[in-house]
Design a protein around this ligand. Structure first.
Ligand code: ATP
Ligand code: MG
Length: 315
């Protein structure tokens, strides 16, 4: 079973408003809701790839029912802890006439100690042997930044695999517990080492350092430039695919889903990177936060494979 952890979900409300103006009444010509938070996004992609997962985390207030209804509609299992405070709603105003995007993000709820304890109990129940636990995204107020480290430790003690996608202190502390796989982008990796990492050899050198500390799979995404995959025994590099970019939202999450897919389907390291790049390309081609489908991903596999090469790094 695959479990995705989303401690700080958000409801994204997109309003299309032509000529958005401050201080007056604006009328939306179109609107949409998307349930989000990185773990939930990974669950959405997994569903499209034919993989069942269960989403866990915190939900509260009126927004909770919107989430549960949408998760049910999508056939994604869930086990969220109900909290006293309201889950975040983030508003995006898209003005196509003036080509502006305005984001209004809520601060989000604070989690109480007893709510966190409840979550830890549910989490433990779900950390069964061989389960794959995806831990991704930011955390709400009231939770300390060693939470992901704690969660990884618990999962590993119970024989589950952990895949981590986080940044800053959360990421730094979590990798000390040696998750099975991580998916930083080059910015997150640069922050970790406090140094700008752009060229391939530097990124590989740092990723090898992390691998030697006990992380088996390191997938570094480089946006339009592609990705680098450093593993226990092989290193591969992929050039970015040239596709029409409609929205980069969720590109990273689709790569995390690709790691899960590769683990469940026993893909080779090369095929994993090929598949992950095909997922990234399919996602950026789509509008908004829509998750890529297996057919779309498959249509990119051939071209993606041609852009992957093995890197010999004296290993
Ligand atoms: N402009 C682009 N053109 C082609 N492919 C892209 C582009 N941007 C992203 N991708 C694809 O998506 C993958 C992940 O993108 P990126 O490195 O931006 O992830 P991220 O920074 O973690 O994103 P997120 O905001 O979802 O966390 C890339 O490795 C690539 O395959
Ligand atoms: Mg990311």
């Amino acid at each position: 079973m695959v479990i995705t952890v989303t401690l700080n979900p958000a409801l994204d409300r997109t309003l299309i408003i032509e000529n958005f103006t401050l201080g007056t009444v604006n009328r939306a010509s179109k609107e949409r809701f998307d349930i989000g938070g990185k773990g939930i996004n990974v669950s959405k992609v997994l569903k499209n790839l034919g993989i069942e997962s269960k989403a866990i985390g915190f939900l509260g207030g009126m927004v909770k029912s919107v989430f549960l209804e949408e998760l049910d509609n999508r056939g994604i299992e869930h086990q969220f802890v109900e909290i006293g405070a309201q889950t975040r709603t983030n508003i995006k105003v898209v003005d196509n006439k003036n080509s502006t995007n305005t984001d209004i993000n809520e601060a989000g709820p604070a989690i109480k100690e007893e709510e966190l304890q409840k979550f830890i109990e549910i989490y433990k129940e779900n950390c069964k042997k061989e389960n794959i636990i995806v831990i991704s995204g930011g955390i709400p107020k009231g939770i300390s930044d060693d939470i992901y480290a704690r969660l990884i430790k618990i999962a590993k003690e119970r024989g589950a695999y952990t895949i981590l996608d986080a940044e800053g202190e959360l990421f730094r502390k979590a990798i000390m517990e040696k998750p099975y796989a991580i998916k930083p982008n080059n910015h997150e990796l640069s922050l970790l080492f406090n140094e700008t990492l752009e060229d391939e050899s530097k990124i590989i050198e740092k990723a090898i350092g992390i691998q030697k500390n006990g992380v088996s799979k390191i997938l570094v995404s480089l946006g339009s430039k592609g990705a680098i995959y450093v593993t226990d025994d092989e290193i591969y590099s992929a050039k970015g695919l040239k596709v029409e970019v409609n929205s980069t939202v969720g590109a990273g999450d689709s790569m995390v889903a690709a790691i899960v897919y590769s683990l469940l389907n026993n893909l080779s390291n090369k095929d994993t990177l090929t598949f992950a790049q095909a997922c990234g390309a399919s996602t950026v081609q789509l509008e908004g936060t829509e998750a890529c489908t297996l057919d779309e991903v498959k249509s990119f596999l051939e071209i993606s494979e041609r852009n992957v090469r093995r890197v010999d790094y004296g290993n």
